[in-house]
Design a protein around this ligand. Sequence first.
Ligand SMILES: [Zn+2]
Length: 265
Amino acid sequence: MPVICAEGIVTRYVNYRENDRILSIFTIGHGRMDVKARGCRKPQSPLVNVCQPFVFGQFEIFTGKERNTVNACEVKETFYPIREDYERFSIGSVMLRVCHDAIPENEPNEALFSLLYHSLSYLAYGVSAPKDLFCCFLIRFLNAIGYRPAITACAQCGRDLRADALVRFSPRGGAVCAACSTQGEKVSKTALEGMRRMLIMEDSEMDRVKLSEEIRVEIINCLLSYTRFSLDFSERAFSMLEGILTAGEPGPDGRTQNEDIRDKL
Ligand SMILES: [Zn+2]
């Protein structure tokens, strides 16, 4: 049976039979791979700590005719601090879910992989606020999967908007000038400039993002309505997240809530 070695991040799992799981791994070279992990729920299994969301490692995978099977894994990072904080865990789980949904099996997307890896690193170990990091992740995610919204030029007439006094953000395409549309939320120059900068920075600069409460709410409202209109997946993930990001309610503490989030996704 051919064996491949693939570096990747576990995005999801589904339990089956008594001790097994189907793991979804977002790999660098092969896109998403759905693989069987036999016996991984037994306490003595060498895979017991591997078959968890957020785990990044080098996976040894047997490729079979019907189903690939993970044989071993060298764990490189677990992003453990994400699990110890409700807000970080919810936001990280949504990042995993939307990447999982956006990536077809066996279609690599290196830009998206790099974005996810850096976002999880900063969520676990960085200094930026998790909500700011998510705003930055979301606009860069849209770009990486080919759904970049218009920001600098009007989505309808293509005219440069940067000097315009009134700009709206339409779920259909992004920023639009006043002459083209009266639909969509008004968006400030500061919010547009913030989105523009988050889009062009390197992944390694994401931890520097710092938004005021007002601008963050504006950006997240624009991007969430655009995203939900444009994408036909991950609706549950985005609606769960909307509550956390826009209401600003602190969630309950403790890891007991983590299973709850998994159920909602
Ligand atoms: Zn226009």
